[in-house]
Design a protein around this ligand. Structure first.
Ligand SMILES: Nc1nc2c(c(=O)[nH]1)N[C@H]1C(S)=C(S)[C@@H](COP(=O)(O)O)O[C@H]1N2
Ligand SMILES: [Mo]
Length: 244
């Protein structure tokens, strides 16, 4: 396991100057990288020692299905089988509930094909996703009128994310059980992960363990480290792309 300082490749905008972290410390666990990961890790560590390795270099050397990088802020995550899997939905709901894979499969299924874009620059075009649209899951539990935001926790024990209620009501936000035409693999955050299509990849929490409805947005892991809470692709984190 190596610690890698990632640096954003596009350093425009005010967020990249003073006061906010420029690099982000990512622990690239040995997530299915095997021997290649060890070798790559060693060369990355050299780059980190020199200065900060541009993420494009990392992208060139790290293998990943169809251009994905496998990210985890912890060194390893104990896998959960679909049979073991349970997700809790609680907080400001009519009745807290747990969902097994079978419970999720019994809800309406939504299919979506969208690009996956990490804020550090890499992008995977036209990824196929499937699962339960978050609004359908929220309807299944019944949201209290006091709830204004949604907080997501990972069973990696560390990573968290959040959405406002308006964002969580979008139909392009999925509690995903399938990705790339197959069940979500462990390395990609399976059996169940989040996919927030209109936002940068850090919103798409892996190894989804719990959903809590809250009165206010509680900043997630990267947001406490300087990234935008509203992570719209192309118009957050210092980007303001011209409309196409
Ligand atoms: N639990 C958890 N979820 C996470 C992360 C993480 O480190 N831990 N990284 C995020 C970031 S920054 C990105 S770009 C995507 C990467 O998804 P992938 O590992 O499936 O490529 O996962 C997001 N979800
Ligand atoms: Mo990311």
């Amino acid at each position: 396991m190596e610690n890698v300082d990632e640096q954003d490749t596009q350093q425009k905008g005010p967020r990249r100057t003073e006061g906010t972290p420029v690099g982000r410390r990512v622990v690239l666990g040995m997530l299915g990288l095997g021997a290649a990961g060890v070798a790559v890790g060693a060369s990355l560590q050299q780059g980190v020692n020199k200065a900060l390795a541009p993420v494009t270099q990392i992208g060139d050397v790290l293998p990943g299905a169809g251009g994905f990088r496998f990210y985890s802020v912890v060194s390893s995550v104990r896998p959960r089988t679909p049979a073991q899997y349970k997700m809790t939905v609680g907080g400001l709901v009519r009745g807290a509930r747990t969902f097994s894979m079978a419970d999720l499969a019994a809800l309406p299924q939504t299919h979506l094909t969208r690009d996956f874009q990490c804020v550090t620059g890499w992008r995977v075009p036209e990824v196929m996703w499937a699962g339960v649209a978050l609004p359908d899951l929220l309807d299944a539990v019944g949201v209290s009128p006091r709830a204004r935001a949604v907080r997501f926790t990972s069973f990696d024990g560390v990573y968290t994310e959040s959405l406002t209620m308006d964002q969580a009501r979008r139909r392009d936000v999925l509690v995903a059980t399938q990705m790339l035409g197959a069940p979500v693999t462990h390395d990609h955050g399976g059996p169940v992960r989040l996919f927030v299509a209109p936002m940068y990849g850090y919103k798409s929490l892996k190894w989804l363990g719990g959903i809590e409805l809250t009165e206010k947005v509680v900043s997630g892991y990267w947001e406490r480290r300087g990234y935008d809470v509203d992570a719209w692709v192309g118009r957050s984190n210092g980007r303001d792309d011209a409309p196409t």
